[in-house]
Design a protein around this ligand. Sequence first.
Ligand code: AMP
Ligand code: MG
Length: 317
Amino acid sequence: MKVIKNSLEGIREAAEILTNNGVVAFPTETVYGLGANAFSEEAVTKLYKIKDRPSFNPLIIHVSSYDMANMYGVFNSSANKLAEKYWPGPLTIIVKKKKSKIVESATAGLETIALRCPRNITASKLIRELDKPLAGPSANKSGKLTCTTPKDVYAKLKNKIDALLDGGNAELGLESTVVDCSVEKPRILRLGNITLDELNRRLDHEMSSALPLQKQIKSPGQLLKHYSPDAELLLNQNGPKKGDIFLSFGPHPKEIDGLTLTETKNLVEAAKNLFTFLHVLDRLSHAKGGVPIKVAPIPTNGVGAAINDRLLRAAKK
Ligand code: AMP
Ligand code: MG
């Protein structure tokens, strides 16, 4: 695997690899994506294989503008409202799919398509340089910890992908919020940095906070077990003891191994650090012979809802 520097020349090189059906990890403001040319059956097939992703779980298609998104999906009034307010940005919008050159397997043969216009400049330039939509699931093995730094992408995928475009650490650290606008009353399928309250202020109809249950999965990726470290995760823990591995919220207790997501109880900072720190503590757990990772209670307001959602799935056995 080649590590490519973030420069105009580097972006051109990454686009060239994508044009030739290669798979390239790329930075976005949310987490690292694993990019493949969405018009190429060969590249998309490779992508599913690298991730070990079930073929029924469709990919988010990344575009560099609203106009480009409009070529692949039908934007109704709620989709338009959300795109206007949040694009470019950390919001994925699901709409009815238009007939196009995007290969069927990228959308798992559904009538709908998930579209996102990232605001990360490198991602945006890469898509413009490729001049095609970029299929981009998160850069990790299916079901495993998400990667938000080039270092973690390298550690987890170096033998599997063609290149990594190094754009530094992800600014937000959680996957995009996903809203399904293909139905009459939009619904939220994945929580993220853009909160439910914010979204509800924009829409005529109030979305409920209940995510789809596993039995009636609307978003095939909303599996209950997801984002998992190898170590066992124990949630809502207080009073860690010596020998424990602890992920705290607020000042970290003295003489306890681990890290704090945020000294100052800032939820946005906690979200940014969540997956990076879980990677670090997963390695520590491994080094200590499989000690579980204890996680402090995290408030559920604001971005806290999305952090708790990720933690619940990550802890699921
Ligand atoms: P990831 O690939 O890890 O970024 O996750 C993308 C999420 O978007 C997964 O939960 C997918 O199941 C979901 N998704 C993608 N396309 C669709 C679609 N057409 N309808 C519903 N969910 C989708
Ligand atoms: Mg993912």
